[in-house]
Structures are given as C-alpha cells and as structure tokens.
Design a protein around this ligand. Structure first.
Ligand code: MLT
Length: 409
C-alpha cells in the first residue's frame, strides 16, 4: 500500500481555470452555432512581436549548426538574458541588483509555486483574499494548512481585499512568516502606490517577515505613483523576493519564460537562529530540480529588451490597455460597478444584487456568450465579484463589450 500526500485531498475540486474550461467546453458542445468570446483566463491573443520571432529563428538556426549548438545551459539562465533583465528592469530604474540575484525560469507560476518549499512547513502564511489560487493551493499541498471549511483553509491568514479598503490589503493582526502580495493585482486589477508598498516593506522589516511579491503585471502600470518593482522601496532587498514574467508582458504564455529575483541580502534562519542566504538556497534548489529554459526561448526573451522589441511590445500592451477601457465602459453602460483596468489587464466587477459569482458566469455565458471568471474562485471575499480580462483581440473585445452593454440585470 503506497500512501499518498493527504494534503492533496484538502484541495476542493479541480484547478479554477480547468473547471471553467470544462464548463465552457460543455456549453460549446450544446450550442455549436454560437460564437463564444473568452475574457476568462488571462491568456494573451496577440502573436509574438517580430523582433522576438526573428531572435527565435536566429537561435533555432544556431541550434542546427555544430559550431553554435548548445546542450544544457546554466540552470539559472544564460548571462546574456540575466544581464539584459538587470539593465532594463533594475539598473535603469536605479535599483542596484546583480545578475546572480536573477534566476530565469519557465514561468512565474512555477516559481511562485515552488518557492514555498524553501520555508519550514510550520511557517505561517498570509495572503490576499481574493487571490491567485497558486499561492494558496501550493501551500495546501505542502501541508501548511488545515482543512477547507466555509471557503477557507485553516491555518492561513487571509487579508481581505474589498471595496472598503480599495482592494489593498491591511497588515495581519497575528504573527506571520510569509506574505504573498500581488501588485498590480490578479484578480482585482488594483495596484499599490509607492507609499502603500513602502508601508508593507517597513512592516515586513519590523516583523521579520518575507514578502513574496508577484509583479507579473507591472508592464500594465499607467500611473506614475505605482512602483514597477518592490525594490524601488528602500530596504526591500532584505525582505522581498520578486516574481516577474514575460507571459503577459511579451506574449510568452505558450513560449514560457519568467524570472525571479532573490537578493543576496535576504536571509532565512535555521532552528538554532543561524542566518542563511535565501539566494544560495534557491540556487541549490534550481540546480537540482530544474534544467533551465531553452536557449532559443532565452534569446527570444532577450529580444524583448532591444529598442525594436520594446517599441513592438509597447504597442501590443497599449492595445490590451485600450481593451480594458472598452470593457470598463461597457460594464458601466450596463449599470454595473467595475474596478481595475487602469494599471492591470484585469477588470473586477461587482455582480448585481442577489446574483452570485457563478450565477453571473452562467448568465454571461448564456445571454452574451462571453466567458469570465467568477470572483469566488479566487477566495471567499471574491463572492459577488467577477473578473474579465483585456487580453482578447480588439475586435472580439468590442463585440463582447457590445453584448455586455446590452444585458439587462
Ligand atoms: C489568470 O487568468 O489568472 C492567469 O492567466 C493565470 C496564470 O497566469 O497562471
């Protein structure tokens, strides 16, 4: 008899986006003639930009010639990409990091999911509610929680993000070891300003807590008082790990490339109170469990930082930002209250009185043939809310918006 990891049994049903995909597939089968538009999972619709495609071709050719072929690369990423990230995303913003504090990976989802294994199972975790399900589910799998009751896991400290607090989390009232923050936020589309984030960095410093900071959506920031990196805040290198991704920034959801910053100043402690460098531990973990991102993909990611690549991806991002405005306007014409969409590709709407998140999902699918994500799928505080994404094409976003604006509630 082989025993399983029973923590897996605590997880309710399937992963949120798999559940939705199944429901949409069933609807399409029952309604074959209908054009369903997805504003659901945050997957991009625009192709890779030409500068990236050219780099992919060139790197593929190199892989086909004996003198330029590459086998295993460095697990933590090739120097050319780490240096490009360092320069563009940090040094040019006056953030003094070093290339060996940057770890290239195949996705922010996997990094954010894997990172928790560096911490003791007894570590107390705080996270926003609603929240990107990966932070929570991976801590459940690791055994850091109790069971699931009334929409919440025992042992987790939930930080409600509601209309009352502008979807910005307040500090936990009890001692926690780790806190996940996501800004610009998935799913609410809210973003912390510099003073708001500074309060969190100061709080983490005073309370010896580590912030796991997901800034996968920083490319969508439009307001100058919203920081792109937590390291814009003095002292953050001692308390925060930052997760970034090329997925939404440069259309790499299928190509897979991301990176995680683990500053060398960040320390964790053994039971005897001796400090250890988190950067060295993550390097140990990655070199053991990961063989790196394909060379061709890293060359493609490098091209994102070329002047041409930057101009091309900015045009794509602008298109998504315009989609967000189209969706916001449609929701308002339908008499709905909506948030987000200014510094993020997500729009967080309040469902009409008496209509819960899943009922709204069903109504939107049946009456407008539009797919979104029920807020409750992101946590108990998401009940009564619904998420739409700005990642579809302008044409389909406009069509979805037209259908939504005509809905009667
Ligand atoms: C989402 O829709 O929340 C995202 O696409 C999920 C992800 O990035 O893994």
């Amino acid at each position: 008899m082989t025993l399983l990891n029973e923590n897996y049994l605590k997880l309710p049903g399937s992963y949120l986006f798999s559940t939705i995909a199944k429901r949409v597939a069933a609807y399409k089968q029952e309604n074959p003639g209908k054009q369903v538009i997805s504003l659901g999972i945050g997957d991009v619709s625009r192709p890779l930009v030409p500068a990236v495609v050219e780099a992919l071709h060139k790197a593929s050719d190199e892989m086909g010639r004996a003198e330029t072929f590459r086998g295993y690369g460095p697990e933590q990423g090739y120097a050319f990409l780490r240096e490009a990230i360092l320069k563009h995303d940090y040094l040019d913003r006056d953030i003094p990091l070093e290339a060996d504090e940057i770890f290239v990976s195949d996705g922010a989802k996997s990094d954010v999911a894997n990172f928790q294994e560096l911490f003791d199972v007894s570590c107390k975790v705080a996270l926003q509610d609603p929240v990107y399900p990966v932070y929570l589910d991976t801590n459940v799998m690791a055994g850091r929680t109790g069971g699931f009751e009334n929409g919440r896991f025992g042992g987790i400290v939930y930080l409600p993000c509601t209309e009352e607090n502008n979807f910005i989390p307040q500090f936990p009232k009890e001692r926690v070891d780790l806190v996940y923050l996501c800004s610009p936020n998935n799913p609410t589309g809210s973003a912390m300003t510099r003073p708001e984030l500074k309060k969190w960095v100061d709080w983490a410093t005073e309370n010896n807590c580590i912030i796991l900071y997901d800034s996968a959506y920083e490319a969508f920031i439009t307001q100058p008082d919203v920081p792109h990196s937590i390291y814009e805040i003095p002292g953050a290198q001692k308390v925060a790990v930052e997760f970034r991704s090329f997925s939404k920034t440069a259309g790499f959801t299928g190509t897979r490339c991301a990176y995680t910053v683990v500053p060398k100043a960040l320390q964790v402690f053994d039971r005897a109170g001796k400090p250890h460098c988190l950067n060295a531990l993550w390097l140990r973990r990655q070199t053991t469990k990961f063989n790196g991102v394909p060379y061709v993909v890293q060359r493609a990611a490098e091209a994102v930082f070329s002047p041409l690549g930057q101009a091309q991806i900015q045009a794509v991002i602008k298109g998504y930002q315009e989609n967000a405005q189209v969706i916001l306007q449609a929701l308002r014409s339908a008499g709905l209250i909506a948030f987000g969409g200014v510094n993020a590709p997500y729009i967080w709407l309040k469902t009409p009185k008496g209509v819960d998140s899943w009922a709204f999902f069903d109504k939107l699918l049946a009456e407008a043939c539009v797919v979104g994500t029920p807020g409750v799928g992101f946590g108990a505080c998401g009940e009564g809310y619904f998420r739409l994404t700005a990642f579809n094409t302008p044409e389909l976003t406009q069509e979805a918006a037209r259908r939504i604006a005509n809905l009667k509630f």
